[in-house]
Design a protein around this ligand. Structure first.
Ligand code: AMP
Ligand code: MG
Length: 364
């Protein structure tokens, strides 16, 4: 990770937290590539009532706003942590723990406690989702050019060959060391930001912050309610283009979206190929969903499930939700329907422009 000089940039203040949340979410989701080399920029503003910062880390723009308690200290500590996690988990930084594990030719690599926890969690979720979440999918992602923007459509035989190197059960951890077979490569892009959201929210709480909104490239972590005591209003990015499809009123939780629109290319055949792959066939997940939002108390779980449910499709996602606790979801299908789980029925509102989209509620 190259560090650039911190650039002071003015942020407008005095805006309502509600609008900030919506606007930030839209901006964060509106990226098509997360894979630019990491650079670090910091935009810092402190007023009497709030402290906020905008940085570039983990291949995305991260914005944090905190109110109450030791807000400045909390923001500073969170900022350092996010740069540290970027340095540990980047797949492109030669000094990162994940890069070293990927290039160790099968030898065991020493890893930090944070990485050990991330890997342990991701492997548990890979098991629970029957491999829909697969941290070993990286070689296939590279073959599509989704990591370098040198896009191409791999042939079936190439995909079949590469898929034989994606068995996450071969990822092993022993005594703080990580080892993967020489031909495998791992990537925690589907869970790392959710995990970072958990750790950042913890820091806020430890410093007595009463209200905070952390936006990690469209993944939102909320601490408490907004400073006026009302729930935060967070925009859910429209998979159809600019703007939001609707809003969610929420407090003290994580709201994490996976969408085909986040990073994709259009092939010579005119088809759209996106960055969430189905580990069954190595192709962009194609089970009828264009966006999945997961809401829950644990960011790492929400992030893992946003990707896994996108891969599974509506019916399997519904069945998974019915048999597991701890999260709610919003599914948008390619047939232009929205499915909400019942816990979000009261808090989700469609935007004016999306009023014609039918919303169906999934009940237990
Ligand atoms: P997310 O935005 O959380 O859905 O994560 C998407 C990222 O996870 C992609 O950019 C890839 O780096 C990686 N990825 C793609 N497909 C999968 C999959 N099936 N399992 C795990 N990681 C994946
Ligand atoms: Mg995810």
């Amino acid at each position: 990770m190259k560090k650039h000089k911190l650039l002071p940039v003015k942020i407008k203040h005095g805006f309502a937290p509600v609008l900030a949340a919506v606007a930030l979410l839209s901006a964060g989701c509106n990226r098509q590539s997360q894979m630019a080399p990491s650079t670090v920029q910091s935009i810092k503003t402190e007023t009497e009532e709030t402290s906020s910062v905008s940085i570039f880390a983990m291949d995305t723009i991260i914005t944090m706003e905190a109110y109450g308690g030791e807000e400045n200290a909390a923001i500073g500590e969170a900022e350092s942590l996010l740069y540290k996690l970027d340095g540990l988990w980047s797949v492109t930084d030669e000094n990162s723990e994940i890069y070293k594990a990927n290039h160790s030719q099968g030898a065991a690599t020493a890893i930090s406690e944070e990485t050990e926890q991330l890997v342990t969690f991701a492997l548990k979720m890979a098991e629970e989702t029957d491999g829909a979440l697969n941290p070993g999918i990286y070689p296939v992602l590279k073959a599509w050019g989704l990591t370098t923007k040198q896009y191409r459509i791999p042939k079936e035989a190439e995909l079949t060959d590469l898929l034989s190197y994606t068995d996450y059960r071969k990822i092993q951890m022993k005594n703080g060391d990580l080892s993967i077979p020489a031909e495998m490569e791992i990537d925690f892009g589907a869970v790392a930001k959710g995990y970072a959201g958990d750790l950042t929210a913890d820091i806020m709480r430890e410093h007595g912050v009463t209200s905070a909104i952390i936006n990690l490239g469209g993944n939102v972590s909320l601490v408490g309610s907004s400073p006026d005591g009302q729930p935060w209003t967070v925009g859910i990015r429209s998979p159809y283009g600019e703007g939001n499809i609707g809003t969610l009123e929420a407090s003290d939780c994580h709201i994490i979206t996976s969408g085909g629109y986040e990073r994709y290319f259009i092939g010579e055949d005119g088809k759209t190929y996106w960055h969430i792959l189905d580990p069954e066939n190595g192709k962009p997940a194609d089970k009828g969903l264009i966006s999945v939002t997961i809401v829950g108390k644990e960011g790492r779980l929400c992030d893992a499930l946003s990707t896994a449910m996108f891969v599974m499709g509506k019916d399997d996602a519904e069945a998974y939700w019915k048999s597991h606790e701890g999260f709610e979801m919003i599914l948008v299908t390619e047939d232009n329907e929205i499915y909400l789980t019942e816990g979000l029925e009261e808090s989700f509102r469609l935007n004016e422009a999306s009023q014609r989209i039918p919303v169906k509620v999934i009940r237990r």
